[in-house]
Write a protein that binds this ligand. Structure first.
Ligand code: PLP
Length: 414
């Protein structure tokens, strides 16, 4: 586990200066942005890259022989290589650009559903999944004869590893698809142990890394997962761009997800022949500026000391949890073990939406509700939670403001 340690003030001020939105005012108060699990703010490197592309480099990729198109293609393919490097993939061909985690999951459900999963096969997810790792499998189940099962969550909001092992043994799933870090609770699942246990039984694994990649290094070679997915907008990049990593030998046998231009070798009116991965899975004009700007964001992250950023986030989490724990009537959901910098809490007297509205009036942005994890809320018997999620640009003073305002709300409602 990482040692919590705040960044030096000057270091933090410099990092914050890269994010122009952080000096915005909201409701006439300085913005305190604590909704980073929903989406992160963008550094100038990303914002400038988008403007630069459209001002100086805009052309379609893979199609033209003219210089601008070649330049755009080179930048787009460089972005793919940068993403591969960022997550430790051995080959850029293992990176498919998608619209985000949701599309990556739908792509996998659709393609694995056609070519790999058979009637009666079980896909094992968990009770803490984001809807993006539930609904695509339900749609597939309803279209085919696959089954869907979920590993239980403990009362503390942790993955029940005993139940996971039992389900591996008794259900003999054909596929495990599991979240690395819970977006609702911040709990970090023992992903390496999960993958190794599945592999002992020759079961391939999809990792939803949407909430881990933004906080710490994730290396697909070390994890040895078959697939891993994440969204650009949660890792300081633009929205509308995401990543599907897939081991080449797992992607190569899969059929296309969508049909159209760019993914074909040849087309006649009778039939089409498809390119190999990754092009086979990227029909039509891709989100070129998104991919390029995502790569700029990843370069920006690599220019910082990510281990120190992680320590800073851990210190913010520790401060927030300690402060909230002291407020009578406030209960933190998801405790006892490794966590990313997300704190979910409920009040005995105030609804999560009321908490979020009061905080908003003070310029403090948090999220309230089920966080697209309704089965988890049902399991924990909660209507929803209030969730503050930190990024490395957040400060101790912002955490103090959160805690002080929650205390005021609690006094008011309590
Ligand atoms: C763990 C997790 N999975 C999947 C998603 C879906 O991501 P997107 O909406 O960017 O596709 C999210 C977004 O909140 C998430 O936190």
């Amino acid at each position: 586990m990482v040692t919590p340690l705040l960044l030096e003030e000057s270091e933090l001020a410099k990092i914050r200066s890269f994010f122009p939105i952080l000096v915005e005012k909201v409701n006439e108060k300085p913005l305190i942005y604590l909704d980073n699990a929903a989406t992160t703010q963008k550094p100038l490197a990303v914002i400038d890259k988008i403007a630069h592309f459209y001002a100086h480099g805009n052309a379609n990729v893979h199609r033209g022989v003219h210089a601008l198109s070649e330049r755009a293609t080179e930048e787009y393919e460089d972005a793919r290589a940068a993403v591969a490097g960022f997550i430790g993939a051995s080959d850029a061909k293992e990176i498919v650009f998608t619209r985000g985690t949701t599309e990556a999951m739908n792509l996998l459900a659709s393609c694995l559903g056609q070519a790999v999963l058979k009637d009666g096969d079980t896909v094992l997810i968990s009770e803490m999944e984001h809807h993006a790792n539930i609904v695509p499998w339900q749609l597939l189940r309803d279209r085919t004869g696959i089954k869907l099962a979920a590993t239980r969550i403990t009362d503390e909001g942790r993955l029940d590893m005993e139940d996971f092992q039992n389900k591996l043994e008794t259900l003999k799933p054909a596929l495990v698809s599991i979240v690395h870090v819970s977006n609702s609770l911040g709990v970090v699942n023992p992903i390496k142990q999960i993958i190794d246990s599945a592999h002992e039984r020759n079961i391939p694994v999809i990792v939803d890394a949407s909430q881990s990649v933004p906080h710490f290094d994730v290396n697909v070679k070390e994890l040895d997962c078959e697939w891993l997915v994440f969204s650009g907008h949660k890792v300081f990049g633009p929205s509308g761009i995401g990543v599907l990593y897939g081991k080449y030998d797992r992607m190569e046998p899969l059929p296309p997800y969508q049909g159209g231009g760019d993914m074909i070798e040849s087309v006649t009116l009778e039939k089409s022949c498809f390119k190999g991965p990754p092009e086979r899975f990227e029909a039509g004009t891709p989100h070129i500026s998104g991919a390029i700007a995502l790569s700029a964001g990843l370069h920006f992250l690599n220019s910082l000391n990510r281990k120190r950023l992680h320590q800073h986030e851990a210190a913010l989490l520790q401060l927030a949890e300690a402060g909230l724990r002291e407020i009578p009537g406030i209960r933190i959901i998801g405790e006892g073990g490794e966590k990313a910098s997300v704190v979910s809490f409920v009040s005995e007297s105030a609804h999560p939406h009321d908490i979020a509205s009061f905080l908003d009036a003070e310029g403090i942005a948090i999220r309230s509700g089920h966080h697209c994890t309704q089965p988890l809320m049902i399991r924990l018997q909660l209507p929803g939670t209030a969730r503050a999620s930190f990024a490395f640009y957040n400060t101790k003073e912002e955490v103090d403001a959160l805690v002080a305002t929650v205390r005021k709300i609690q006094d008011l409602f309590g």
